[in-house]
Design a protein around this ligand. Structure first.
Ligand SMILES: O=C(O)CCC(=O)C(=O)O
Length: 270
């Protein structure tokens, strides 16, 4: 077992738990390097709007790339890393599939948060504990830079969602925020949370960028509504083939290779 009994109990009870240091500092460096490339190449899009749901904001930025996998061999490979596969399998059971991968970057100064929502308002799986998200803190995530906030124990409560008029495509809900929990985590830490758990991020009031890399997984018996089967690789179970069918090559082991190559390149450059 990868997680302690306490962690599994917290997941069942609260709908989320935090794992410090799930990724090593070297893995974090690879992620940060990739995000810097996204910035250089203009791959991140500002989804913040000025209150009308359509006009891109020039005052605040919530930068997103969704999905990342077509643009990033590294982020395509990451969910097939052994520890990720084991974690997901332990939380939702087998067969487990990957639904989505995306990056949210809140730039220093004008970085805007992502409003309260339950992922299941998008995915609509029959049991909100049979879908799990892994949100990776790519930079240290603090209250000041608007880290992930969660509301415990609400994962089975279906909240009403409407369009978030401060975003060009997101939806949002308005939960009772009185017992919200800010998840302050050093880079490389992860929040695992159920599709039903209400969560949000807040604005970044620091002068440094903060990014989160999010993956969404589900159990085969609980498919998200409208999911095309050719875009959801099996991570575990008899049909698991490392995303060969979806991505044209087996991703298993590739994340570790990318990390090793990064270390070698860094050593060569110094
Ligand atoms: O990082 C963020 O701003 C929000 C992430 C999120 O809401 C999610 O992964 O569902």
């Amino acid at each position: 077992m990868m997680f302690s009994q306490d962690q599994r109990r917290q997941f069942e009870r609260d709908g989320f738990f935090v794992v410090a240091g799930f990724f090593t500092p070297t893995e974090v460096a690879v992620m940060q390097d990739e995000i810097e490339r996204f910035k250089r190449e203009g791959l991140l899009r500002n989804v913040s709007t000025d209150g009308d749901g359509t006009t891109q904001s020039s005052r605040k930025r919530n930068l997103q790339l969704c999905p990342t996998s077509p643009h990033s061999p590294r982020f395509r490979a990451l969910p097939f890393a052994d520890k990720v596969v084991s974690a997901v399998s332990e939380l939702i059971g087998d067969p487990a599939l990957l639904r989505l991968d995306q990056v949210f970057l809140k730039p220093g100064g004008d970085g805007a948060g992502t409003a309260w929502h339950q992922d299941n308002a998008y995915f609509k799986v029959k049991d909100p504990m049979k879908g799990v998200a892994m949100w990776i803190a790519v930079h240290d995530a603090t209250i000041a830079n608007g880290t992930m906030h969660m509301i415990p124990g609400m994962q089975y409560v279906e909240l009403e969602h409407s369009r978030d008029m401060n975003s060009d495509h997101h939806i949002r809900c308005y939960p009772d925020e009185s017992n919200q929990v800010p998840c302050e985590i050093a880079a490389g830490g992860v929040v695992f949370f159920a599709y039903g758990t209400p969560h949000c991020t807040k604005g970044n009031s620091t002068d440094k960028d903060r990014a989160g890399l999010a993956y969404h997984f589900f159990h085969a018996d609980y498919p998200p509504q409208g999911t095309a089967s050719d875009s959801t690789p099996h991570l575990t179970g008899s049909e698991a083939n490392g995303g060969t069918q979806e991505y044209g090559e087996d991703q298993r082991g590739s994340w570790n290779t990318f990390v090793a190559e990064f270390v070698t390149d860094l050593a060569d450059a110094t």
